[in-house]
Design a protein around this ligand. Structure first.
Ligand code: AMP
Length: 402
């Protein structure tokens, strides 16, 4: 079964084309600077060199036409005709509280996705542009599936998703925790369970997604029961440029004493905080880590605040669980920084955590990095949101194409 996975942003589109019989990526690519004078099209066929073309890309439809031409190209393509595409999986950020699983994208579900744009104004509209453009370009028999960042968290119980604000904020305004990165949390939890030989529906643990955006999730019996991100993508642990948790009284101070308006505050807490705001150097963990190693005081403070917060969240979210099969690190920082994992595990001594220092140095593999006598198992699992989207697309469309 051949599945095209699309992640459509406002000025870029990422794609991967899978043969799900073998789970291999046949080709993948990235379109950038859509709508600008000079667009960039990156295309890589399995086992071949990357091809980079500078070409104007007028809009999303124009860009996706280039993708379809590339995958059916005589020389570098991987199929002869676009009708060999069995289904398309689309990443969609927000499904609100009405979309609680991946869905076939039809008139009814697309209407709900449109309505959820108010909850994710920077993400849902460009995600949907990709859907509409491909629906126009492909035969109408080819199914399109939406896979949502919020859906895995739909199983959270009320005590996890309702904020202790006046109840009408929830009932009348729909303000509640939604959670994000659900596709990644579900994928790494599934892979951890598979690695440990535990059926997914019996797996419980904490998944720690640490990238430019970060969130930590408690998974009980294969379901998300609590997570650190909330209504928007601001709370929880500090991120590249986002603050994560801080006392909302500070927002009142910014308004009343500093005279900042909503736009200024948005810029401060979303774009100028987190690793960047603390270190004053960069939002990129690699830069902060190397500056700290050279003795840069504020870079060290950024790492201290981050690792303290991650440790605190892992312990707090554990309150949702009866057992921890594994604490699973993933995404750019979680998969790659052995030193960050060590610092976080030092915060988990109360759980009797002990690292296997050699195993902790491995990168890009699914492995247990704690020692055999550790009180709780610690793992790394490389995330693969595109593969998860492809697997979800297969699950939803299996019946209609077989
Ligand atoms: P992501 O959003 O998952 O792509 O993750 C991006 C983050 O991962 C950035 O902060 C990078 O600095 C960080 N990252 C990527 N590679 C490494 C590495 N080798 N060591 C430490 N951090 C890394």
């Amino acid at each position: 079964m051949k599945i095209l996975v699309i992640n459509s942003g406002s000025s870029s589109i990422k794609f991967q084309f899978f043969d799900l019989d073998t789970e291999e990526v046949l080709c993948k690519g990235l379109l950038e600077r859509i709508g600008q004078d000079e667009g960039i099209f990156n295309y890589t066929k399995k086992d071949e060199e990357k091809i980079v073309k500078n070409i104007p890309i007028e809009d999303h439809k124009d860009g996706l036409e280039l993708v379809l031409e590339a995958i059916t190209d005589n020389e570098h393509g991987v199929i002869n005709s676009i009708n060999e595409i069995d289904a398309v999986g689309h990443r969609i950020v927000h499904g609100g509280d009405r979309i609680t699983d991946s869905v076939i994208l039809n008139e009814e579900s697309l209407k709900i996705c449109e309505e959820c744009s108010v909850l994710a104004p920077l993400h849902n509209p460009p995600n949907l542009m990709g859907v509409y453009a491909l629906k126009e370009l492909l035969d109408e028999k080819i199914p399109h599936v939406g896979v949502f960042d919020t859906a895995f968290h739909a199983t959270m119980p009320e005590e996890s998703f309702i904020y202790p604000l006046p109840y009408a904020m929830y009932t009348e305004h729909g303000i509640r925790r939604f959670g994000f990165h659900g596709t990644s949390h579900k994928y790494v939890a599934m892979k951890a369970a598979e690695h440990l030989g535990i059926p997914f529906e019996k797996f419980s643990g904490i998944t720690v997604h640490l990238g430019n955006g970060s969130s930590i999730t408690a998974v009980r019996d294969g379901k998300s029961v609590d997570t650190s991100l909330g209504y928007g993508t601001m709370c929880g642990v500090p991120m590249g440029t986002r603050a994560g948790d801080f006392d909302p009284a500070i927002i009142l101070y910014m308004i009343e004493k500093l005279g900042l308006d909503a736009k200024d505050i948005n810029g401060t807490i979303y774009k100028a905080s987190g690793l960047l705001g603390l270190s004053g150097i960069s939002s990129d963990y690699r830069d902060v880590e190397s500056a700290a190693r050279e003795g840069h005081g504020r870079a060290q403070i950024a790492i201290d605040v981050l690792t303290h917060s991650i440790g605190k969240y892992i312990l707090a979210l554990s309150a949702n669980l009866d057992k921890i099969d594994a604490v699973v690190f993933t995404a750019g920082i979680g998969e790659n920084s052995a030193s960050l994992r060590k610092l976080v595990c030092n915060k988990l001594k109360v759980l009797g955590v002990k690292l296997d220092e050699t195993e902790n140095l491995k990168r890009g593999v699914t492995t247990v990095i704690s020692s055999v006598d550790s009180g709780v198992r610690i793992m790394t699992v490389p995330t693969n949101e595109e593969l998860m989207i492809a697997l979800e697309t297969k699950r939803l469309t299996k019946k209609s194409v077989s």
